[in-house]
Design a protein. Structure first.
Lengths: 453, 231
């Protein structure tokens, strides 16, 4: 028999008992829906978990610390940094030089009118800030030259106006519509270091602010109220201060802290182990993310199983329908065989009928699932009351994860692979459910055609 | 005129059914030849073994011993696949209860054996429509069996049997469910086609009226042939 004819006969048979076919298909629709919806909820859960985590900090960033100050402790020096950079999966690594103890003053404005007495300063390798997930709200990265820096979002608020009375000489960044005294982007800064002793030895460095960073506390205070230097610049400034103070700088000690960026989330754990083997301690979101991910996976599996049970019930429905149909059509099958229908065509016909029920149920189920998913997401969005979502819903947000900005309100996400594999799975289940009935049909003898009843 | 050769050869055919512990001999060493183009009537009362003989001839059941050859092919030795191919090529059926598929129209039913052969829809439905017109159902091409009378259904059945132009057509009490006027109509149609197409027909019946249409008459009693004569 030609395939086209098989399909035609199959369709004829299915349409003969419309109600029965429809009910069986509906069983599959329910099963398929429950699988898709359950898994989509699992995916939605996982997605919002990841979003929550990434709001807490960049998931691919690992912080590396020196374990102690003793001589035996592994040193986080240039050699160690090179070794870390060589670990597979490491996208970038930079020492993070912090100098919170450094006695500095920063001046701005004509005649040093504005004065800042303390700030947190950080040194990163040029270009590393961008890779490590620092973000700019204006300006550009400080790659262009010596003593170019990035300012924290509210760094300008740290300055006091020396021409005002001491109780009203600062602006509060938390006040509504607060503006600092000057535009940090357009004002050259002067950094002054001193010996820290009473001898009054001082040295100044002229700074150019290239960019203003987005506030991110998972990175550090420097993003809001501090300055990010190029590593070598800060190193030089610190050494200059040590000289002023009469100490001898020692580069061999290396740094206290480094940041490492992994290419993907999956590689974070492995990279951490490698770094720990080198004798450093590490911290990343991995220690939080891992158990959360495991839990999410377990939940997803459980939900998926629940859904699958109803799909299997639907499969029994298909088998039942097919067996019923075959016992009704015993004589017909006999006639077909008597007229020369091949056994393989009989088998194919019944597998096709069962598969068609599965396919129809799968496709309808997919459609219905998208609808249910959209409704669920709408309901969830309404429930939250737009508190998290930045604006109105646009179409794509209903099904797919919204932009990276705010928290996603989607409780159910149906990726294309889930929809597709659900349809495929339903069809396979259908064909599988038709296997036993098809075998029964094949075993019906042609003799049935001539039996008189 | 050259002597027609036998198209069906049956040799010492035995069929024993086991009904629980009891053994029932349905056919007891039947041998016969049916020639190309003959209309052969097998008469017998209920239980005479005539239906069993038909089943053996058409390869529906395996004999206990003996053999059936159709055009030299040992029907009893064929497996399921070969049998299907053999039926497509060589055998047509006319059933007592017509056995049209209720989900298909008259044309589709008549075209069905051709569909099993893999003949494209357009071609086979043209043949089927031509056959249906010849049996006088040109106005019922797209009717379903449920919308036709018994006589009309059997005419469609005849069209189906002849459409594939098999070597042998087996007819099992083809008029068993019809009144006497329709019976005559149907029989004249079958024999008319057979003569026209030089088609071999094996007809099984208990109705003595049928004798007048046959070239060869075989009488079966208790699984044995008691007479085999050519009219």
């Amino acid at each position: 028999m030609k395939h086209k004819d098989l399909f035609r006969v199959c369709l004829q048979n299915l349409l003969r008992h419309k109600a029965r076919t429809l009910l069986t298909v509906m069983g599959v629709v329910l099963g398929c829906c429950s699988v898709i919806i359950m898994i989509s909820i699992g995916i939605g859960m996982k997605r919002s978990q990841e979003q929550a985590l990434s709001m807490m900090g960049d998931l691919t960033v690992i912080n590396v610390y020196r374990t102690g100050k003793s001589k035996k402790a592994a040193k986080l020096n240039a050699k160690a940094m090179a070794a870390i950079k060589a670990i597979p999966g490491v996208q970038a690594a930079t020492p993070k030089l912090t100098a919170d103890q450094l006695p500095i003053n920063v001046y701005a404005g004509k005649g040093r009118r504005y004065h800042c007495i303390y700030t947190s300063v950080v040194g990163l390798e040029p270009g590393a800030a961008e890779q490590m997930g620092y973000r700019l709200i204006e300006g550009k990265w400080n790659n262009s030259g010596q003593d170019h820096v990035l300012a924290g979002k509210d760094f300008a608020f740290l300055f006091e106006d020396t021409k005002r009375p001491s109780d009203r000489n600062m602006r509060d960044p938390w006040e509504k519509d607060a503006e600092p005294y000057f535009d940090i982007m357009k004002t050259p800064l002067t950094l002054e270091i001193e010996s820290g002793k009473e001898d009054g030895k001082k040295q100044t460095v002229e700074l150019t602010v290239d960019g203003r960073m987005k506030e991110d506390y998972s990175k550090g205070m420097e993003t809001s109220m501090g300055l990010v230097f190029r590593l070598d610049d800060l190193q030089r400034i610190i050494e200059a201060q040590q000289k002023l103070a009469g100490k001898k700088p020692d580069r061999r000690q290396g740094w206290e802290n480094a940041i490492v960026k992994a290419e993907t989330i999956r590689q974070v754990a492995e990279i951490e182990t490698q770094i720990k083997k080198m004798g450093f301690s590490t911290s990343s979101m991995e220690s939080i993310r891992r158990p959360m991910e495991q839990e999410a996976r377990q939940k997803q599996l459980m939900l998926g199983c629940l859904g699958a049970i109803s799909l299997f019930v639907a499969a029994l429905g298909i088998t039942n329908t097919m067996i019923m149909s075959i016992s009704e059509r015993t004589r017909e099958i006999g006639v077909m065989k008597a007229l020369g229908c091949h056994v393989r065509d009989v088998r194919r016909l019944f597998l096709l009928e069962a598969g068609a029920i599965g396919l129809a149920g799968g496709i309808t189920g997919m459609g219905v699932s998208f609808l249910i998913s959209a409704l669920m997401n709408l309901a969830a969005a309404a429930g939250i009351g737009g508190g998290f979502s930045s604006g109105g819903f646009d179409g794509a947000d209903l099904f797919f994860s919204p932009d990276m900005g705010g928290l996603s309100t989607a409780v159910s996400i149906i990726p294309w692979w889930l929809a597709l594999s659900a349809v495929l799975f339903s069809t396979l289940i259908g064909v599988g459910a038709g296997y036993y009935p098809a075998r029964r049909a094949v075993n019906i003898p042609a003799l049935e055609a001539i039996k008189h009843d | 005129m050259k002597q027609p050769r036998p198209i069906i050869q049956v040799r010492r055919l035995r069929k024993i059914y086991c009904m629980g512990d009891e053994k029932v001999t349905a056919l007891n060493g039947v041998s016969l030849d049916i020639l190309q183009g003959e209309i052969c009537c097998i008469f017998g009362t209920s239980g005479s073994g005539k239906s069993t003989l038909l089943n053996q001839l058409a390869g529906m059941e395996k004999p206990t011993s003996g053999e059936v050859r159709i055009r030299g092919v040992r029907v009893s030795r064929l497996d399921e696949e070969e049998l299907a191919a053999f039926r497509q090529r060589s055998i047509g059926f006319i059933f007592q209860s017509y056995n049209l598929l209720p989900s298909m129209t008259a044309v589709e039913n008549v075209a069905m054996p051709l569909m099993f052969r893999g003949i494209p829809k357009k071609e086979r439905e043209e043949t089927a429509a031509r056959m249906l017109r010849q049996v006088g159902l040109g106005h019922r091409l797209n009717h379903y069996p449920g919308q036709m009378s018994g006589g009309q259904q059997q005419r469609a059945g005849i069209a189906r049997a002849f459409a594939a132009q098999p070597e042998v057509i087996f007819a099992d009490e083809p008029t068993g469910n019809l009144d006497s006027r329709t019976t005559r109509e149907i029989m004249e149609m079958i024999t008319g086609f057979a003569r026209q197409l030089h088609q071999t027909i094996v007809l099984v019946t208990h109705d003595p009226e049928m004798e007048q249409y046959a070239d060869r008459v075989i009488r079966l009693v208790d699984g044995t042939i008691i007479s085999n004569r050519v009219r």
